[in-house]
Design a protein around this ligand. Structure first.
Ligand code: DGJ
Length: 513
């Protein structure tokens, strides 16, 4: 069982922001979630989890598991709650020293209401559906359905109250995801009766005031939408947002709905909450071809305003341009968390990169139980777990960068008073892990380099003495945050090269004229 160590550690898990850095604090210490998300159906059976999942999470050195908890199984009959599964998940996670992030599959699961209880699904009068076309119901409950929002909020509140009772002192649960990949597919907006009525209303003044006051800080695509429609300070949705009106309208109403659910839960147990996004797949996609109104980056400003109980919106990254998506989501006020990612050979490099470049709160390949026990992610997580105090100490300092192989053979960055030229081995190939890692400048000319499949040359900055050399190059490892010295590499191995297995090097430099 995870024991709180002192008074500070008895506080509930929380997000704290100091300067540029936001950290998840658990039991008084920063926690980076080296995580995996289980397949949708796995956590609906404790026996299945026992047989197929928990041990794989341990094999892969995960410290956190993201597990679905569905409304239908928690409240099978209205007002009758059953937390047997939740208690079983808590017990099994604790037994293995794992933290949990429950995923509340409530009104939305990938835009659909497939995890709503039968008593909700089958009562279309009380819980009207979204209508992509007027008069045509779909499998998603309308975000304008007040009764569904109230029922979902009541169930989520009961779940969070149970967590407080069952886990208030253990802190096994560190964050909670509210709903899953919200938005509407098949049309830009809902055309149900309530939605039509809401669409005829003017854009809420709160949203317009926010846009006017924060114009420079808005996501560039959202700002562009508003500017090209004439920077209006009042008006109807189509007037203010032009061709983007349907999506902004949906984002506003879905985020408000999710926030009501989140607020009800947080009133019972004040854990940090987040919402995840099904991303826009390519530039020419229109809202409705991807979920309209979900927390895609261009709707981030709407979500942040309409859903203040949601601490951050998080990308599910299955796209190949991992670094670009990270940069799009890691914005002031929205720390990066990746609740879903590809579980292929790219996972290890992506984990290092997100944590090194963006101080990510966590990283989780989806379907973690489908990864081989000896995947490179496991060795990477093991290394990162032991390095965690060092990594956390450099959050927000500007002295840590991430490395991720792209199309170019080399990449350059300035750090710690030198220019770093990172070289990769040959072009990226499917089936071969890309190079990736992180570099920390612990002082000027002193570096920790961790990761796999890249080399670093250190070069002088302009106007600095032109000869750069190692004072010492060391191999070693970390144990509970402390460096454990291995071989000194000042002879034939005098080059900073990270091989196929995740590893760490320390380098001290000097320069002379
Ligand atoms: C994204 C969803 O959020 C997950 O629950 C799961 O359905 C995956 N897609 C499957 O790839």
């Amino acid at each position: 069982m995870i024991q709180p160590a002192d008074d500070a550690s008895r506080e509930f898990p929380t997000l704290t922001t100091t300067g540029e850095a936001t950290q998840l604090i658990v039991d008084g210490k920063p926690c980076i979630m080296l995580a995996g998300e289980v397949h949708n159906s796995s956590s609906s059976s404790l026996a299945y989890m026992e047989a197929e999942v928990w041990d794989r999470l341990v094999d892969l050195h995960c410290n956190t598991a993201l597990v679905p908890v569905s409304w239908e199984l928690v409240e099978p009959e209205e007002g009758r709650f059953d937390f047997t599964l939740v208690d079983g998940l808590l017990a099994a996670a604790r037994q293995r020293g794992l933290r949990l992030v429950p995923l509340w599959f409530g009104t939305w699961k990938n835009t659909w209401s497939s995890y709503a209880p039968a008593w909700v699904k089958t009562d279309l009068d009380r819980f009207p559906r979204a209508q992509p076309l007027p008069g045509k119901n779909c499998g998603a409950i309308s975000c304008l359905c007040d009764a569904a929002c109230e029922a979902d909020a009541r169930a989520f509140a009961a779940f969070m109250a149970h967590l407080r009772e069952a886990d208030g002192s253990d802190h096994t649960v560190v964050m909670v995801q509210v709903e899953n990949e919200t938005g509407l597919l098949g049309a830009g907006r809902d055309h149900s009766r309530a939605a039509e009525e809401a669409f005829r209303q003017p854009v809420p003044q709160q949203l317009l005031d926010h846009i006017g006051e924060h114009e420079a800080a808005l996501h560039e695509e959202f700002r562009w939408l508003w500017r090209t429609s004439g920077r209006m300070a009042a008006g109807a949705w189509p007037q203010v947002f032009g061709h983007g009106a349907d999506e902004v309208f949906m984002a506003w109403h879905i985020a408000r709905y999710v926030d009501r659910v989140a607020a009800a839960g947080q009133a019972e147990h004040p854990l940090p909450l987040f919402a995840n996004a099904w991303l826009v797949q390519h530039d020419n996609q229109k809202a409705g071809e991807y979920p309209s109104g979900g927390p895609v980056s261009r709707m981030m400003d709407v979500w942040r305003l309409a859903a203040p109980h949601i601490a951050l919106v998080a990308p599910d990254i299955y796209l190949p341009n991992f670094a670009a998506v990270c940069a799009d989501y890691a914005r002031p006020g929205n720390p990066l968390l990746i609740p879903e990612a590809r579980r292929t050979e790219v996972a290890a490099a992506n984990a290092f990169y997100a944590i090194g470049q963006h101080d990510a709160l966590g990283f989780a390949p989806f379907g973690i139980e489908g990864m081989p026990a000896d995947d490179l992610l496991g060795a990477s997580y093991e290394l990162l777990a032991h390095m965690m105090p060092v990594v956390a100490a450099h959050h927000g300092t500007g002295r840590m960068i991430g490395i991720l192989q792209g199309d170019e053979e080399t990449q350059e960055a300035e750090l710690g008073g030198y220019r770093l030229r990172v070289r990769f081995r040959g072009p990226i190939e499917e089936g071969t892990p890309p190079g990736g890692g992180l570099v920390i400048a612990t002082a000027d000319g002193e570096y920790i380099v961790a990761g796999l499949r890249f080399a670093v040359d250190f070069l002088p900055l302009r106007d600095a003495p032109q000869n750069v050399d190692f004072v010492a190059l060391d191999e070693g490892t970390y144990h509970d945050g402390e460096w454990v010295q291995g071989r000194r590499l000042n002879g034939d191995e005098y080059r900073l090269v990270l091989g196929d297995q995740p590893c760490v090097r320390r380098a001290r430099l000097y320069s002379y004229a």
